[in-house]
Design a protein around this ligand. Structure first.
Ligand code: SF4
Length: 738
């Protein structure tokens, strides 16, 4: 297959520019790909999108060549008979620990591919359909589940959840929102009646103050971060709160470094000061909210002095933070996974929502709530109903009248019982209750907590269908692997963190026999007796809009090159930037008080440190795309665990030396990076590197409301690796194997 570097001699005049989007984060930067007649992309150039104004970060600029990687799947694959009983196929996936491996660690095709044979589409679709149908007919529809993808388009998300609900007959459908902002969405729907952001990132320039809570935008939403820095230069006061020092800290008026898991204590103390010093917005509270008295009572014990002991932040700093926020005329609240990925993630988000209601900072320019969404289409996938408790448009599956409407729209009987979430599906597989799984564009083996349990769960299935670009770690367990289309090979709509709905356009064809994801879904549905027939992606979008009134007035024609925000009040509107100026969808906003909770996996003498996991600038989630991007892999080829200098000295660890990092569930071997970004007693490990797989270490406990795992706290021990290792050599598989 022809690749990026093979066409270095092409001239600009040979290239065609296509207006599309970046495939990575929720900022949803608009860009042009310059490609030649063979679909080889030569460059990415930012264009004037509403959310990026021509800017791109390193991933958008250089991270497009994964689509042409020689490991792309070009034919359907079927597991050979002698590769059963089902289990992991590679040395890496079999191991209960991982150690220093070759840079560019991706699935070793030489080890895995011989366990599969190429098949025709006819045979592969039949194998997938009959495997899923057999589980349904033998064990019932609720023994089946589907993981969709926040990397796919709205149309793909809509069809995937429709397939699981109408063809397989279960609400057991979910996606990676469960691993990032499910707790935020729960708290938002509970508090104001809507799970999306109330204002767009770029309105930060109109905010007097912006709270940057539990997020690291310079690494995870870099173009959004650039607008925050620009706002700071023009006078917006940035107030950061985090366990690990974010890159924004040097642009902030104040940075409060809290101890892990103490967010509720910090924000309750801030609210305590605001109420005690009469800085709250009583008029807003009277007109727009309910439950203020209960909140005031709940935060009363959280004096700054009491919170100092819980958070490690001096009382004077907490008071200064509260005064700056309480006295500001306008404030925005941005947050990330440092808030949401906890067993008390919903409580953390409740506090930020309460702070915004308390200070009257929703519904005006320069105010609002903005959980920074991770994947490029995690907002849209949730809007499209790729979650177990809601049909498209957040209409509850448990509501009989809603269910009746969808039965009429889809012409089927629908299951009454809400489905299981991502981690619950894994747990149910371990119990033998889930027996079949359809996994489109997700890689739960690496992305879900407690990898040793996920391995057992995947091994226990009777049927696993994986639809993806590559043989992922999860695909090693599959019966059938269906080769799918990359972002730059498909047309579809994508909804960014600002609620901006934009069209992504193809610049190249899927390689070999790889197919459009929605075509695969349609063909499987037809094979299982459902008469699905859509003329094209826009016809799917029109049905989605019919199902989800929150996308009313949007069509492909109206979205055009630049997209629009939803909600969009009429056909001529650009859509709403700022929501809820007059009232919330539930009428009055609700204060929901929260008490400081305790994490389940805390340090002791054997595991004395706290591990925090997350993302880094150059990579994306399980690395399936970015580790196959030449530039991104070269910039950041390996994992490093961040260690505070004092901890490193005490443990005899030097910068770059190899260490063993061990939790109660597993161990990894990884090089140390000594930095004061992490607090004493805490570590940070990025989640992207299979050779230092963070989820071998993490704990499977869930938030009771959002059902999100606790990726941000687990107790670990760190020690120098007793036998120093030879520095690894470049991986022959990384960019050469076919
Ligand atoms: S900020 Fe996000 S959407 Fe924009 S270029 Fe970077 S990764 Fe892509």
């Amino acid at each position: 297959m022809k690749q990026f570097a093979d066409s270095a001699n092409a001239t600009f005049s040979d290239l065609t520019e296509t207006a599309t989007l970046c495939p990575y984060c929720g900022v949803g930067c608009a860009l042009n790909y310059g490609s030649d007649s063979e679909g080889v992309i030569h460059y990415a150039k930012g264009r004037d999108g509403a959310s990026n104004a021509g800017r791109l970060c390193v991933k958008g600029r250089y991270g497009f060549d994964y689509a042409a990687h020689p490991q792309r799947l070009t034919r359907p694959l079927i597991r050979r008979d002698d590769a059963y009983p089902r289990g992991p196929l590679s040395t890496f996936s079999r191991a209960n620990s991982s150690g220093p491996r070759k840079p560019g660690g991706i699935v070793d095709y030489a080890e895995v591919l011989p366990h599969f044979r190429e098949a025709t589409w006819e045979e592969a679709l039949e194998r997938a359909a009959s495997g899923l149908a057999k589980v349904r007919d033998t064990h019932g529809a609720h023994a089946l589940a589907g993981f969709g993808s926040a990397k796919g388009s709205n149309e793909e998300a809509y069809l995937f959840q429709k397939f699981i609900r109408t063809v397989l007959g279960t609400n057991n459908v979910d996606h990676c929102t469960r691993l990032c902002h499910a707790s935020s969405v729960y708290a938002l729907i509970e508090g104001i009646g809507s799970g999306a952001v109330t204002n767009v990132v770029r309105d930060v320039e109109n905010a007097e103050v912006a709270v940057i809570a539990g997020c690291n935008p310079t690494a995870n939403h870099p173009v959004a971060a650039s607008f925050m820095k620009q706002a700071a230069a023009k006078g917006t006061g940035l107030l950061a709160v985090n366990v690990r020092r974010p890159g924004m800290a040097s642009y902030c008026e104040q940075y409060c470094q809290i101890t892990p898991g103490s967010d509720v204590a910090f924000y309750n103390a801030v609210m305590h000061v605001i109420i005690a010093e009469d800085l709250h917005d009583q008029a807003f509270i009277n007109q727009r909210t309910e439950g203020f008295e209960a909140l005031a009572k709940a935060v009363k014990p959280y004096t700054p002095e009491a919170a100092e002991a819980m958070t490690g932040v001096p009382a004077a700093q907490i008071t200064a933070f509260a005064r700056r926020l309480g006295q500001a005329q306008s404030a925005m609240f941005f947050w990330g996974m440092g808030i949401s990925q906890h067993v008390f993630g919903t409580d953390n988000a409740r506090c930020l929502i309460a702070l915004a209601l308390l200070t009257g900072n929703i519904g005006r320019p320069g105010t609002g709530l903005h959980p920074l969404r991770g994947q490029n289409n995690v907002q849209g996938a949730s809007d499209a109903g790729l979650v177990p408790m809601y049909y498209p448009g957040y209409q509850a599956v448990s509501d009989a009248s809603v269910r009746e409407r969808f039965e009429q729209l889809w012409n089927v009987s629908l299951p009454e019982q809400p489905g299981l979430t991502t981690a619950e599906i894994t747990h149910a597989a371990l119990e033998g209750e889930i027996r079949g799984l359809y996994c489109m564009g997700e890689n739960p083996f690496l992305s879900d907590p407690d990898m040793n349990q996920v391995r057992k769960a995947l091994s226990s299935l009777d049927c696993l269908v994986v639809q993806d670009l590559f043989i992922t770690e999860t695909a090693e367990f599959a019966d059938v692997i269906l080769p799918a289309s990359a972002f730059m090979e498909k047309r579809g709509t994508f909804t960014n963190t600002d609620r901006r709905v934009q069209i992504g356009r193809p610049v190249r064809q899927p390689p070999g026999q790889a197919r459009q994801d929605w075509h695969i879904l349609r063909d499987l549905a037809q094979r299982l007796g459902h008469d699905w027939d859509y003329a094209d992606e826009s016809a799917v979008f029109d049905e989605f809009v019919q199902a989800a009134p929150l996308y009313a007035n949007l069509t492909y024609d109206r979205l055009g090159e630049h997209g629009r925000w939803y909600p969009c009040p009429d056909a001529n509107s650009e859509g709403e930037r700022v929501l809820f100026g007059d009232q919330f969808p539930i009428g009055r906003g609700r204060f929901v008080p929260a008490e400081l909770g305790q994490a389940p996996d805390l340090p002791d003498d054997d595991y004395p440190l706290v591990l925090n996991t997350g993302r880094q600038l150059e990579h994306w989630h399980t690395g399936v795309m970015t580790r196959r991007s030449r530039a991104l892999d070269a910039l950041a080829p390996e994992a490093r665990v961040e260690v505070h200098p004092s901890d490193a000295k005490r443990l005899g660890i030097t910068d770059g030396s190899w260490t063993t990092l061990r939790s109660r569930r597993g161990a990894v071997e990884v090089q140390a990076h000594i930095t004061r970004d992490v607090a004493l007693g805490t570590l940070f490990l990025p989640m992207h590197f299979r050779e230092a797989a963070a989820n071998l270490l993490t704990t499977p406990e869930l938030d009771p409301f959002g059902k999100i795992p606790q990726f941000k706290i687990c107790a670990v021990a760190l020690a120098p690796l007793s036998t120093p290792l030879t520095p690894p050599q470049p991986d022959a598989v990384s960019h050469a194997a076919g």
